[in-house]
Design a protein around this ligand. Structure first.
Ligand code: FAD
Ligand code: NAP
Ligand code: SF4
Length: 682
């Protein structure tokens, strides 16, 4: 039986220990499983340091990335498995380092079923997934028994390697989840048909795993509370499964939200904070083991609120532990405002995973690079000037101060943050407010001298040991005839200066900023990201007790767009093709819901008072007028190098970073990473 401990703090629920009977977790924060790609590097010192750093940050329990139980079930060919004595020895390096740092760690066992990127993938029935090219083979009885035994054997090896427990991945549409719903389970034997039959496999997996590891070993079962797919589970089935999971021997139930193939965002930045905790709450009281809630919980305040209102016994935060390994210790020590915020952008974590790269974090480029990107105290302390308090300049300043240098950071604007101050105006990107606030806090905390409202020229920069130019970008001049007309605005006029915009708008340029400006102009009033019922209506999410899978039968019901918008690009490719791998589809779907008209393959002919005149193809055929009251330029950016050029002319050496260095494909991730890496060398 578990019980609530007590602690005096701002976060009494979050920081209370959790007694599991045979072991106690020091607080209610679980670092959720993330596939970082670290295990695949086979650099076990690096893997160990990643987890040990989080253990030093006092997180209650960590779960590793998904580890495969066999070749057919691993997420992809070459993905990490726990199938040999060598694997046991390697993982032992991790568990020892974590335990030495005072932490606890469980290994996630992930059988991907039909989601495995592997032609040999297996599933309950041969139903191909829409997000994988490989049709799965249907398992026969022997095959099913092998999968169950392999998972149990993997758990036993995890125990041998020193893990405190395992998490059995039963949600997000992976193998065990595939057995639960008729969408993917068409079987007519004892593993299909009735719900009792369909849940037999997950229950058998837990039973055999418990038998393999004995009593005093944590088994977390990750259970899908809301599938967000057609013919998903009802909540009665979720409760029935949870009760059987408890009986079968699980120690804790963790929450899963949505299958990977669901077309509803579940963790992106536009999803309201703790958007799904009300569903986990419906399970509270139905089982006697602790229940964990998850998704878009990214501050101690939100975690505390979720626990204090009885939504769960524990909260899972994954990406926030990339942004700040010391999340929990800062919350414990009255330094919650110094926690680097996860803005849920996915840019350096999930987008990297899906792009075959090692994860990191936009806000914290040291995440997963703990052994490679270090900031030791410098032997020669320097007096450094940084011009530009955008993300590039701010990241450099913070990392350089950590190394013992003295920094003055200048900006011509009277606020820090650079372009982040425009990003935060966009509905669905409210997390950027927190990021700028965090930089402000850290600058004060670290004693970084700021000179705001000061346009710096080359002569101001003599006498410093190092000069860093982080002056950002200028909007590209497109040279379209008529672009100087009164009906033409730049994205800066719209987002920073709040210039009035007519009812019919044409946006030129469909990059990240063109999408964001369209989103900004399509909305009026409260952002759905700050209003959960409105967000659920917009995406068609409902109570899984009322409708299978939690899909509203009427589908998405977005508010009508505030304006009639046309988003134009010269390329003929799909709009938004180059946006984030894991978020581009959300931006596209959001604008489609607002009936934004996507027009591609154009030549810009001219702008006049009627709107934008375009033609198509090399021969400039099919001349067309796109009627518009206002035309907004979002046609990309060029480096703002005037200061760098002036310094060079005067023979003053400088480092040029961020947009001032290279504007094309620049984002805050690259700006912050470049600044931090420069500071590591100064
Ligand atoms: P900037 O942020 O441009 O900062 C440069 C600073 O230098 C400015 O504050 C400027 O005032 C100052 N400066 C310039 N010249 C001088 C001078 N002579 N003296 C003093 N100060 C000077 N990126 C992402 O990664 N994810 C996103 O979701 C995202 N969304 C965005 C949404 C919008 C609407 C916009 C506009 C941008 C977005 N970006 C996003 C891009 C990101 O903000 C930029 O890539 C990043 O800010 C570039 O950082 P930087 O430090 O190089 O330049
Ligand atoms: P961008 O992504 O480079 O897009 C610029 C757009 O302008 C393109 O669609 C391009 O399309 C068009 N364009 C380029 N040259 C043009 C010209 N001479 N005349 C007319 N149109 C032209 O740049 P951005 O939208 O300005 O964004 C800047 C950076 O901020 C990006 O690199 C992006 O990564 C980052 N950002 C990221 C996010 C995010 O959510 N991750 C959001 C906003 C911004 P055609 O060439 O097809 O016309
Ligand atoms: Fe969070 Fe973005 Fe960092 Fe991922 S990259 S951990 S989503 S801030």
């Amino acid at each position: 039986m578990y019980k609530m401990g007590s602690t005096m703090s701002d976060y009494p629920h979050l920081l209370a220990p959790l007694d599991l009977g045979f072991t106690t977790l020091k607080n209610r924060v679980l670092m959720g499983s993330m596939h970082t790609g670290l295990e695949e590097t086979k650099d076990w010192n690096r893997v160990a340091e990643f987890y040990a750093e989080r253990a030093r940050g006092e997180v209650g329990l960590m779960v590793t990335g998904g580890i495969g139980p066999n070749a057919e079930g691993s997420v992809a060919f070459g993905a990490a498995e726990m199938t040999s004595e060598e694997d046991v020895a390697n993982h032992s390096i991790v568990t020892k380092r974590v335990h030495d740092a005072g932490g606890k760690i469980a290994m996630q066992i992930l059988h991907a079923g039909r989601y495995a990127y592997n032609p040999a993938c297996v599933a309950p029935s041969p139903v191909k997934s829409p997000i994988s090219p490989f049709p799965p083979a249907e398992l026969d009885e022997e095959g099913i028994q092998k999968q169950i035994n392999d998972i149990a054997a993997t758990a036993a090896r995890a125990q041998q390697a020193g893990y405190d427990g395992v998490e059995i991945m039963g949600s997000e549409g992976y193998f065990l989840n595939q057995f639960l719903v008729t969408h993917t389970n068409k079987r007519t034997d004892q593993w299909g048909g009735s719900y009792e039959n369909r849940m037999r496999l997950p229950i058998e997996v837990i039973k055999r795993t418990r038998a393999a590891v004995g009593e005093n070993f944590i088994i977390i079962y990750r259970l899908s509370m809301i599938d967000l797919i057609p013919n998903g589970s009802t909540f009665d089935e979720v409760i029935q499964l949870a009760k059987e999971v408890e009986k079968a021997g699980a120690t804790i139930i963790n929450t899963g939200i949505g299958w990977h193939e669901a077309r509803i965002p579940t963790i992106a930045t536009s999803v309201p904070r703790a958007a799904f905790s009300w569903i986990t709450k419906k399970l509270m009281g139905q089982v006697n083991i602790p229940v964990i809630t998850s998704n878009r919980i990214n501050t101690p305040e939100v975690g505390e609120e979720v626990l204090a209102t009885g939504c769960a016994d524990m909260v899972s935060m994954a990406r926030p532990m990339l942004a700040d390994a010391h999340f929990v210790s800062k919350a414990m020590n009255g330094k919650a405002n110094q926690i680097a915020p996860c803005i849920a952008c996915n840019q350096a974590c999930l987008d990297h995973t899906f792009g075959g790269k090692i994860s990191s974090c936009l806000v914290n480029p040291r995440a997963c690079y703990e052994t490679e990107l270090t900031l030791p105290v410098a032997t020669v302390k320097k007096n450094i000037a940084i011009v530009g308090a955008g993300p590039a300049g701010l990241a450099t300043a913070m990392a350089a101060v950590e190394r013992g240098h003295t920094i003055t950071i200048f900006d011509k604007s009277d606020e820090i943050g650079g372009q982040l101050n425009m990003a935060k105006q966009v509905p669905g990107k409210e997390e950027f407010w927190g990021l700028v606030d965090w930089y402000r806090t850290m600058i004060a905390e670290m004693g970084i001298k700021t000179e705001l409202g000061r346009t710096v020229v080359a002569d101001d920069l003599t006498g410093y040991d190092e000069v860093i130019v982080a002056t950002g970008v200028l909007p590209r001049d497109t040279d379209i005839p008529g672009q100087d007309g009164d009906n033409v605005l730049s994205y800066i006029d719209v987002l920073r200066h709040k210039a009035p915009v007519g009812k019919r708008v044409t946006v030129i340029g469909a990059g990240g900023i063109g999408f964001d400006v369209s989103e900004f102009l399509a909305h009026e009033g409260d952002s759905p990201t700050e209003n959960l019922p409105a967000w659920m209506r917009e995406w068609g999410v409902t109570d899984p007790s009322e409708h299978r899978g939690g899909l509203a039968p009427e589908g998405p019901q977005p508010e009508p767009a505030a304006r009639e918008i046309t988003l134009v690009q010269r390329k003929t490719e799909k709009h938004g093709k180059r946006l984030g791998k894991t978020t581009g589809w959300i931006h596209r779907a959001a604008l489609k819901m607002k009936e934004v008209n996507f027009v591609g393959g154009v030549n810009y002919e001219r702008i006049d008072e009627k709107g934008l005149h375009v033609s198509f193809g090399e021969a400039h055929e099919n001349p067309t007028l796109i009627d518009a009251d206002t035309i907004v330029m979002c046609a990309g950016q060029v480096p703002e190098r005037s200061l760098a050029d002036a310094l060079e002319a005067k023979g003053i050496a400088c480092h040029v970073i961020g947009g001032a260095d290279v504007a094309s494909e620049l984002d805050a991730k690259r700006a912050i990473d470049q600044g931090t890496r420069l500071a590591a060398t100064l």
